[in-house]
Design a protein around this ligand. Sequence first.
Ligand code: SAM
Length: 221
Amino acid sequence: MSGITYDYMEQYIKGLITEESDILEEMKIYAEENFVPIVQKETGKFLEFMVTVKKPLKILELGTAIGYSSILMSMYSGKTTRITTIERDDKMIELAKSNIKKYGYEDRIQVLPGECLEMLKSLNGKFDMIFMDAGKGHYNHFLPECLRLLNEDGIIVADNVLFRGMVPNNDLLERRKVTIVKRMRKYLELVSDNKLFITSVIPMGDGIAVTTRRSTTNEQA
Ligand SMILES: C[S@@+](CC[C@H](N)C(=O)[O-])C[C@H]1O[C@@H](n2cnc3c(N)ncnc32)[C@H](O)[C@@H]1O
């Protein structure tokens, strides 16, 4: 049970997602067998949807793992889209680089080794889409840097924001996850309780929050 939605709902939605590329299937099997956390099936489909609609030219990802989601986003983006992805674990970096090379995305995906917050501070330039998928307990700390790096009409997609149902429901909260959950709640408050942003929280996968800046021309009187 995910703690996010009803099991029957989750199974049904997953069941609707049929077509998978061989590359993604192979990586998914590796991740499952080696306990590497990668985006859930429906979250992968959501990313595919977002890059198709948004057509971002520059994507920033926090949390590469074996490169699954960055390869997925590359596959469904235009050839000119470039992805920068941050990862601190040496073994993951090695595996991601090898997968990116194996599947021919070397010129489109750059893996930046290091801690997200440090790397974010060192980056310049603007991104059209930022995918947060690392350091669940630090999204609230990453946010100011992500906003600095986000294009005016850019979007932030944050995964795991409902964290197995613990964020909305104290009955599910495990004691050793209290800090992560408190900080995730803070992140959701920051992006929700601010007239400058519009955020939609979707109870899908482990919970996704999509945030963009509210256009000043659309401001309600
Ligand atoms: C959930 S996995 C990323 C999965 C990947 N986005 C995918 O779906 O294919 C999170 C990754 O972030 C890395 N990570 C966690 N905290 C980090 C931090 N503070 N800085 C850099 N990397 C971090 C972990 O080593 C792990 O590989």
